[in-house]
Design a protein around this ligand. Structure first.
Ligand code: HEC
Ligand code: HEC
Length: 297
């Protein structure tokens, strides 16, 4: 016979049962009350806010949006380093297509000697295989940003040009007008980027190699030069170059005498750099033209 010690509060089986039930129920009730207390913000059923203005706006939101840029808003200019990395490094980092190589003081010294204004002007208008503005449009990079890139490149390669002055608001408006004019050939910047990538991959040793093959067989040399240089643009029609083997693209050009066509290939025409930007011999360039022309006859 077990007997509870004196003074214990539970004396009958009914009290024991009540104590056991309370032992379970009281903590549970406390937990539930605490949970309600912690999360006592207003509750709404799912979907009750579906007609709220923000919700409706997000549902009837147009898929395509026109992002109107205020031409008069103060422009955030990219730094010379940013422009260099985004655009100019395609050629100037490796010295592709004969570009003066970044940080190579020997390449740059004679160019720096021309002075900043000349370099800036050349960067804007192009020279040989160097496309105007590095192939970008005034929409993407203003004259001022190109100037910064020139200073960045030159100063990392031996010069100490001062940072160009930021244009005033009036100048920005003028460049905005220029940008509108530049925007007319949409996609040109994209194509130029493709051309830059293609030209950056042109192996620099290939052109002289093609020159060596000249004695062997003119048509071989022409094909070799085409493959090492010209196809960077002419294979895919980059920058609107007449595509290799595309009779329609070539027909209007071949109405000119072959001498004229050779002349364009040797001295350049529009976006076509003289000799495709290579240093091949005249004979090889003509052979490459013959090779390209024979593919559309
Ligand atoms: C598609 C390749 C290519 C890209 C991209 C390119 N350049 Fe050039 N750049 C050249 C070549 C090639 C030359 C050498 C031209 C020559 O002397 O015939 C050159 C030369 C230059 C010169 C020296 C010009 C002179 O008067 O001697 C400057 C300055 C210059 N580039 C600035 C830039 C800037 C700034 C950018 C970017 C906004 C840029 N380049 C992007 C290929 C490129
Ligand atoms: C950087 C890109 C590029 C490279 C590299 C290039 N071309 Fe071109 N080429 C062009 C473009 C762009 C045109 C169209 C020019 C125009 O009509 O304004 C063109 C046009 C021509 C034409 C037709 C000219 C005419 O209207 O009669 C010939 C020929 C030609 N290229 C030959 C060559 C040869 C040969 C090479 C290699 C040694 C070469 N190209 C490399 C871009 C290039």
């Amino acid at each position: 016979m077990s007997e509870a010690p004196h003074g214990a509060p539970i004396k009958t089986p009914a009290q024991l049962i009540a104590a056991v039930i309370a032992g379970f129920a009281v903590p549970i009730i406390i937990i539930v009350l605490l949970a309600v207390y912690v999360d006592n913000s207003t509750r709404t059923g799912a979907g009750t806010d579906s007609l709220a203005e923000a919700q409706v706006n997000s549902r009837i939101h147009p898929l395509a949006q026109v992002d109107i840029r205020d031409a008069n808003a103060p422009r955030v200019y990219k730094s010379g380093e940013e422009v260099y990395k985004a655009v100019c490094s395609a050629c100037h980092a490796s010295g592709a297509a004969g570009a003066p190589k970044f940080t190579n003081t020997a390449d740059w010294a004679p160019r720096i000697a021309q002075g900043f204004d000349t370099l800036w002007h050349t960067a804007l208008s192009g020279k040989g295989a160097m496309p105007p503005r590095g192939g970008t449009s005034p929409d993407d990079y203003s004259d001022f940003e190109i100037a910064r890139a020139v200073v960045y490149m030159a100063n990392n390669s031996g010069a100490s040009f001062p940072e160009p002055a930021q244009p005033a608001a009036g100048a920005a408006a003028a460049s905005g007008a220029a940008a509108a004019a530049g925007a007319s050939d949409a996609g040109a910047a994209q194509q130029a980027a493709a051309a830059m990538a293609a030209m950056a991959s042109v192996p620099q040793t290939a052109a002289p190699a093609a020159g060596g093959a000249q004695s062997a067989d003119a048509s071989q040399a022409g094909k070799a030069l085409y493959q090492s240089v010209c196809q960077a643009c002419h294979a895919a029609g980059v920058l609107n170059a007449p595509k290799f083997g595309d009779k329609e693209a070539w027909a209007p050009r071949l109405k000119d005498s072959m001498d004229t066509v050779y002349n364009y290939a040797l001295h350049g025409k529009g976006a076509m750099p003289p000799k495709g930007g290579s240093n091949a011999s005249d004979a090889d360039v003509k052979a490459a033209v013959d090779y390209m022309v024979s593919a559309v006859k």
